[in-house]
Design a binder for this molecule. Sequence first.
Ligand code: FDA
Length: 401
Amino acid sequence: MILPPQTRSRQQAADVLVIGAGAAGLMCARVAGQRGRRVTVLERANKPGKKILMSGGGRCNFTNLDVQPEHFLSRNPHFCKSALSRYTQWDFISLVSEHGIAWHEKADGQLFCDHSSKDILNMLLQEIEAVGVQLRLRTEVTAVSRKEEGWVVQTDQGIWVAESLVIATGGPSIPTLGATDWGMRWGESMGHELVTYRASLVPYTAHPEDRAGWAPLSGVSLPATLSVSARDWTGDVLFTHRGLSGPVALQISNYWQPGETVFINWWPHGDLLAQWHSARQQQGRQTLVNWLGQDLPRRVADWLAGDLGQLRLADLDGEQVTRLRTRVHAYAFQPAGTEGYRTAEVTLGGLSTDDISSRTMASGLHSGLYFIGEVLDVTGHLGGYNFQWAWSSGQAAGEVV
Ligand code: FDA
């Protein structure tokens, strides 16, 4: 039930207070409500689940067929295993199917709604309504304290008291949606370690020199391999007027350290030198740019070939081919930075899992306190993994709060 904002003076009681009506908070509220707990969800925004609505280009990539712990980053890579194995992608797919929501698989096991992300949000809202969960919108939590009577939560709309408190406030990416780092900072103030956090699954910005060279390429997408010291990834990248985007640029941003060079292989399916050796025998009169253009978008071929573009394959000397080979296979891109929280899909880092139970998401420092979803130091790859973490961790806490 969505209720109007609270009158300021009244104090309300609940068994369970969930702060944040995003993916994790709604899931947790549903499960706790099914157990007969009196649950209230407090949400600062004017609507619940804004990130769900915005996700997957409006079609919500709600999970992935292949959910493995390797698809998640955390200082403790084992932490996510318990929750993910007890509430799996198949459990969520069953729920979606029970609600008659049509979905389809895109590349790499990613599951999307056929129609709209609204289907997922409406499903969760119907589920919490069916078990009597109260949802308070436009209610921002400002302070929380532990008293004899339980957790006392102050908001700009009044005070709530509850036995169990669930922090499901996510991370600060896309502040215009109402996202904050409040839960991370409050958790730290309660003695939980805060693992340094930053915007991730985010496009790169380029320095002016790169941007000038890339200007004619804006809007071009092509397969490439991006490498940083910790990882490489092959798939589509997109030149933008500000830098580099596309799924692979976003994926590698999870592993990139600020200041690090990203090496790009624009021709990931073969060795340019070997192919040039055989091509110069058979098509030696062809210009370099035409030859590169057989495998690469024409504008990219032009840019990579540069001054050499109009030379015939047979006329290129060894030094020129070596230089070209480095540019094509190991292009050194030094990002100026990233687009930051303005466009980032997630926050990498967050509250350390060290003092959290991987089975229940309960704080080991304070009884009756739980942290779920993105507020924790668990971040998924692009592809439905971050929602799966929200569903699984929400379920884990919902079973015990
Ligand atoms: P979430 O951010 O969803 O919810 C937190 C809630 O807490 C918010 O509603 C916020 O307003 C509220 N809140 C914060 N502070 C508060 C306070 N002090 N008082 C009260 N309320 C407060 N993932 C994926 O798997 N597939 C996808 O397709 C996408 N696509 C995508 C697109 C875009 C544009 C973004 C930004 C993100 C994605 N994601 C995604 C990531 C995914 O949306 C994200 O990981 C989950 O929504 C995290 O769920 P949580 O419930 O933890 O936080």
